[in-house]
Ligand binder design. Structure first.
Ligand code: SF4
Length: 175
């Protein structure tokens, strides 16, 4: 089945789904089908605690209308700056695409965006994220692929990556 550009840009995925698409397509499928073990994962809980402590005052999740995009917080600077707080840069590639997706989403919604900033408070690291012309194509392609994964009847195979051990679905995949 071919999806038109119009349909792709109207697909409403969360930033978490975009990040999971990079991390593991099986995780994306399980999470999207409501098989959530997230609240039982110490790893996820630790991240949440860290986020809350480091950004007690600034952090205020921003929901965009009826859309599923939830941004940690926004500031202004010749356009909106999207901020995302993460506990470890180990999955940086996924975090970067997630923030680029937010920038793309806001831009598509008619908002003037400037750039994104990923905060890794534990490592005292910040990463600036720009949205390039090439990124816009990559995001549309990613959304199309996410849709394809979710249309599958069964979850994709286990991928056996080092980060499986810290994944909330570890017991499910390897138990
Ligand atoms: S344990 Fe590994 S294979 Fe299973 S969902 Fe998590 S990352 Fe994917």
């Amino acid at each position: 089945m071919t999806i038109s550009y119009e349909e792709i840009t109207n697909l409403k995925f969360t930033g978490t789904q975009v990040a999971y698409y990079v991390i593991c397509k099986r995780k994306l499928w399980l999470f999207s089908k409501g098989l959530s073990y997230e609240s039982e994962s110490e790893f996820v809980e630790l991240g949440k605690l860290l986020d809350e402590r480091a950004f007690k005052r600034e952090k205020e999740e921003v929901e965009w209308g009826e859309n599923p995009v939830k941004i940690d917080f926004l500031t202004g600077e010749e356009g909106l700056v999207v901020h995302e707080v993460k506990h470890s840069p180990k999955l940086e590639e996924a975090h970067v695409l997630q923030v680029k997706y937010y920038l793309w989403f806001l831009e598509k919604s008619g908002v003037k965006v400037s750039h994104g900033i990923i905060h890794y408070p534990k490592q005292r690291k910040v990463l600036r994220v720009e949205l390039t012309q090439e990124d816009r194509k990559v995001i549309v392609e990613a959304l199309e692929n996410i849709q394809k994964v979710l249309l599958e009847e069964k979850p994709p195979e286990v991928i056996k990556k080092p980060y499986c051990k810290k994944c909330a679905y570890y017991e499910f995949c390897y138990g």
